[in-house]
Design a binder for this molecule. Structure first.
Ligand SMILES: [Zn+2]
Length: 186
């Protein structure tokens, strides 16, 4: 016999004297909690507490447009952590750590990735490969940095032509900017 009901993450669903934590649940100090939104299944034969997600996380596919944070940059590539798919409020599942090669930054020639993307920038990018490694591109007008902070004062930089400008420090920096820089609401 299986009992089901809908639960939220962090909701107490069972105790370890009666059930084993399984998919979608975790055991903390003898109490079993849901780790995701879904349908709780208390399996009385197997003595397992499971929460099956009715809303599975987005799995990235080729061509998807995503928002990502720049984790690090070198002259030849940037590493990014994908946070969300554009147009979706659900989180991203599977591999979220990807790279953008110097040849995939902008339509023109890019000499040095660190002049176009910087650690902490929020970018919009397109997935070009999922396996064996996640690869992305910012080679379109609508792709690139959508929000950047000044590396000196951490203030939000504003667009100034093809550059970004910090009013506080009165300095300009180069970036591969998306056409709607500063207008994306998160
Ligand atoms: Zn500044």
């Amino acid at each position: 016999m299986i009992k089901t009901k809908r639960v939220l993450p962090g909701e107490e669903v069972a105790v370890e004297e009666e059930y084993l934590a399984s998919e979608g649940t975790y055991n903390e100090d003898g109490i079993i909690y849901a780790s995701q939104v879904g349908d709780l299944e208390l399996n009385l034969e197997e003595m397992t507490a499971t929460v099956r997600s009715s809303n599975p996380p987005n799995v990235l596919r080729n061509g998807d447009v995503v928002f990502a944070v720049i984790a690090d940059t070198r002259s030849t590539m940037a590493t990014v952590d994908v946070a969300a798919k554009d147009g979706s409020e659900r989180g991203v599942g599977g591999e979220t750590y990807g790279t953008i090669h110097v040849s995939k930054i902008s339509p023109g020639y890019t000499e040095d990735v660190t002049k176009e993307l910087r650690k902490g920038d929020i970018i919009r990018a397109r997935v070009t490969q999922v396996k064996p490694s996640l690869q992305l591109t910012t080679k379109e007008d609508h792709l690139g940095v959508v929000l950047a902070r000044c590396s000196k004062c951490r203030g939000e930089m504003v667009r100034s032509g093809k550059l970004l400008y910090c009013e506080e420090c009165d300095r300009k920096v180069t970036r591969k900017i998306a056409d709607d820089y500063g207008q994306v609401v998160f």
